[in-house]
Design a protein around this ligand. Sequence first.
Ligand code: AHR
Length: 381
Amino acid sequence: MKTGGFLRAIIGISLAVLLTGCSFYDIPDGQIPDPYEGVVTSRFHTDEEMRDRMAKDVSKNQGEPLTIGLSQIGSESDWRIASTASVQAAFSSENGYNLIFDDAQQKQENQLKALREFIDQNVDYIILDPCVETGWDSVLKEARDAGIPVIVYDRRVAVEDEGLYSVWIGSDFNLEGERACKYLDEFLKLKHVKSNINIVDIQGTIGATAQIGRSAALEKAVMLNKNWFLLERVSGDFTEAKGGEVMEDLLESFGDTINVVYCENDNMALGAIEKLKSKGYRVGSDIDKGEIAVLSFDATRRGLEHTLNGDIVVNTECSPLYGPVLTHIVQALKNGEEPEHDIYIDEEQFATESAIGMIHIGNDSYEVKNLTQEIIDGRIY
Ligand code: AHR
């Protein structure tokens, strides 16, 4: 059974399940510390105390500070802002790192430029969250020629030679999509909805792994479910503003024939929900009574609040807190260890319909967590 969140992924890594030949932590069974336990904040952890908490459990660098060039995609979503906070807290000077952080403002050309600057500066390691999958071969070859190891996280790069990067760690975006679709399937059965289901897909940035995986899962589910119809798919670029804009266009084209809005992240879902409500549509789970069901990904604090209040039917987690685990990967590489090349993290799924506690995909079972205010209060992003 695959359950659990990012912290368990870190812990999994510590137990050397995901890595070969090395162990990051030596934590006796049953004594696994949870650095975020009991943390209650407003939306983001910008205060000092929170930064300290986020930096807990990092692997500190001993000796000369390591210079890390980190290319971040932008600040398009709550997820992304949390991800930035996490890496900045982990790679702090107090922890022995000199972080050169670059925000590419959602443009691959800026990321390519940043990577070349990191190479010119001869940084010790490059860390990259790639905006889209393609177009990285040349710059990664340049990094290899310069002898700089590259760690890729969150989204993937599609390169001819996977040896161009040392490690990738991130989500199984296709599985996230499959879990969302499977939940919808179970949900429609539970509610005895027999009519045709018209779906619109508000996609993420086209070509990003998060978009590719989530869109592909929906496409497959539509093929498998004879009464599901994909009316349209259009990119909202993972932003709230664009999510609202494209929702407006979709309403103009399809109006109240839409039954389900599959939003490929929370911010686009929030933008879409606001638009739907402002145009007089009802958002919720009662499809037979004309409500529009919204599905979302990320499970950020705001996303979960809108799940608990019924605006979002199911929210499939995508974890942004990569900072600590990235420090461990850097230290493993520094120590000459060979981390596993591709590492998937475990993620959770949240809904308020307690009758669906578990979904099954192939031979695997996944828990659907019954969302509570307590879970939301424990969310730090
Ligand atoms: O790559 C992760 C995705 O990017 C998250 O789902 C989204 O919110 C972010 O912008």
